[in-house]
Design a protein around this ligand. Structure first.
Ligand code: PRP
Ligand code: HPA
Length: 178
């Protein structure tokens, strides 16, 4: 409901000038510290996908793990970790993505997804969309279907949702901030 979304939004603290002067950092740690807001967020993220045949949820390290694992559990789906390099023990595939300065990489286990999987991507926040684009590419590389991508927070000025649409992925976001 709109009251739930308002409660979720008001639980997110804004930190001025972090990590750099001029940035308003939307801090999801204050949301997950609030039991009510955390529970409402996980339910709202899962709700549209209840009868969608989602077999796996993919979440990006680190904050994507918090929401992704909880949503997977509500949907009766498995959870696949998209991790920073050299953290996963079995055979992996990798995808690089752009950061503000330089590049980073995410990896997933090669045997975690197959052509039979219908995947929901989950992250706490979408900014430029670079992180989620890397996840989409890896899911598709393993032959699985990307159903949708859902986020607690959208920062629409940074263009991530537009980037997702260009990749033919339908975005769903609970709250927006400038
Ligand atoms: C943050 C956030 C998203 C990503 C969004 O993670 O949790 O995963 O950035 O930005 P983008 O849309 O521009 O890619 P970060 O890379 O800071 O990692 P962390 O969760 O380990 O702090
Ligand atoms: N909050 C958290 N993560 C972020 C933000 C933000 O405002 N901008 C880019 N990544």
């Amino acid at each position: 409901s709109s009251a739930d979304l308002a409660a979720i939004k008001s639980s997110i603290k804004t930190i001025p000038d972090y990590p750099k002067k001029g940035i308003k950092f939307r801090d999801v740690t204050s949301l997950v510290e609030d039991a009510t807001a955390f529970s409402l967020s996980v339910k709202a993220l899962a709700q549209p996908y209840k009868n969608s045949g989602i077999t796996k949820v993919v979440g990006a390290e680190a904050r994507g793990f918090i929401f992704g694992a909880a949503v997977a559990n509500l949907l009766g789906a498995g959870f696949v970790l998209a991790r920073k390099p050299n953290k996963l023990p079995r055979e992996t595939i990798s995808q690089s993505y752009q950061l503000e300065y330089g590049t980073d990489q995410l990896q997933i286990h090669k045997d975690a997804l197959s052509a039979n999987d219908n995947v929901l991507l989950i992250d706490d926040l979408i900014a430029t969309g670079g992180t989620i684009e890397a996840a989409v590419k890896m899911v598709r590389q393993l032959g699985a279907t990307v159903h949708s991508a859902a986020f607690v927070i959208n920062l629409p000025d940074l263009g991530g949702v537009d980037k997702l649409r260009q990749l033919n992925v339908t975005p769903f976001c609970l709250v927006e901030f400038e």
